[in-house]
Design a protein around this ligand. Sequence first.
Ligand code: KG4
Ligand code: ZN
Length: 354
Amino acid sequence: MLILGIESSCDETGVGLVHASTTEPPRLLAHALHSQIDLHEAYGGVVPELASRDHIRRVVPLARQVMKESGYGLKDISYLAVTQGPGLAGALLVGSGFAAGLSAALGKPMIGIHHLEGHLLSPFLSQDPPQFPFVALLVSGGHTQLMLVERVGSYELLGETVDDAAGEAFDKSAKLMGLGYPGGPLLSQLAQGGDAQRFAIPRPLMHDKTLDFSFAGLKTSVRTHVEKLQSAHEFTDEVRRDMAASVQAAIVEVLCRKSIDALKRTNTHRLVVAGGVGANRLLRDSLVQAAHRINAKVHFPELELCTDNGAMIALAAAMRYQAGLVKVDELAPAQRFSVQPRWPLYEANTATPR
Ligand code: KG4
Ligand code: ZN
C-alpha cells in the first residue's frame, strides 16, 4: 500500500511517499521539501499570504519529483494523506485542495492528519525507532508540549507552554540581538564557545510542580540586557556570543528538566524529541546525558525530518492504517475538504480524521 503525504501548514511545502503494510514497519520511498526561509527572511517572520502563494507554486513540482524518484506512478498510490491542521488557514488549504483534487482524479481516498502527530511519530522513520509507550517532547516554532504516547492515536497532554513556544523564544531572542530569521539555528551557531554563565537569563516555571513551560519572560530579560549594553556601547561580538550561549542554556535547561520529570512521573523510559528545535545540538546532548542517568533512552527523527515535511504525514497515515484506525476500503474519494487551523492533538486521538 502506497501513501502520498502532503504538508503545507506553515512555511515548508513537503511531499513524501511511504510504503505501508499491516506486517512490516512503514518505509520511506522518497520525499521532497521546499523551505520558504528566503521568502520570509526580509520580513523577519512568516507572511501568511506569501506562504500560501508559494505553496501553490511548489506543491505540484514536488509531488512530480517524489513520484519520479520513487519509480512509481500516480496510479500506484493507495491513498492521500494531508496535514489538516493546525497551521495557517490559507497555507493548509493549498495542501488540502491539492490532495482532494488528486484524490478525486485518481479515485483514491484522502485522509486528514494532525501536524503534531506527524512530528511525534517521525522518529519511526529513523535508524533506531522507538517503541511504545513513550513521552514526546514536541518543540517547534508554534508548540512546546510534553505528551504521553501509549500507542498510535493515544496522546495525553502532560504539559505545555502557557505563553511562547521554545522555538519562538529562540527566534524572538535572536531578533532582539539583531540576528536573522529563523533565529534558532543562527543563535545556536553564535552560542558556540560562548560563556553560558555570563548573563542571568530566567528559567520560568522550572521548579514549578506542573509540567508546563513559560518562555515569555526570557525575551523581556534579553531586551533589558541588550538595551543596557547598547546604550553603554558594550554590545560587542564577544558579548553577543556569551548572550547567545546564556539564552540557549536557559531554554535547554528548562526543556531538559521538564522532560526528565515527565519520564519519572509517568514511569516511562523512552523519550521522543520532535519539531524544529529538536535539531538543536545542545538540547540533543543534554537530553541524552540526563536520560542516561535515569536509564532512559532518547529518540530523534533523522535531522532532515526534524522540520516540517511530507514524509511524516504519510508515515502517520501509514501507522494509523497499521493500527486499524483508518479503514481505507470504507473510504470514498474526496468530494470536499476542510482544514482545522486550531486543533488540539488530543482531539485527534482515535477519531478517524475527516
Ligand atoms: O517544527 P518547525 O520546523 O516548524 C514549526 O514551527 O512547525 O520548527 C521551527 C522552529 C523555529 O522556531 C526555529 O528557530 C527552530 O525551530 N529551530 C531551532 C534550531 N533549528 C530550528 N532552534 C534552536 N536550535 C536549532 N538548531
Ligand atoms: Zn512543525
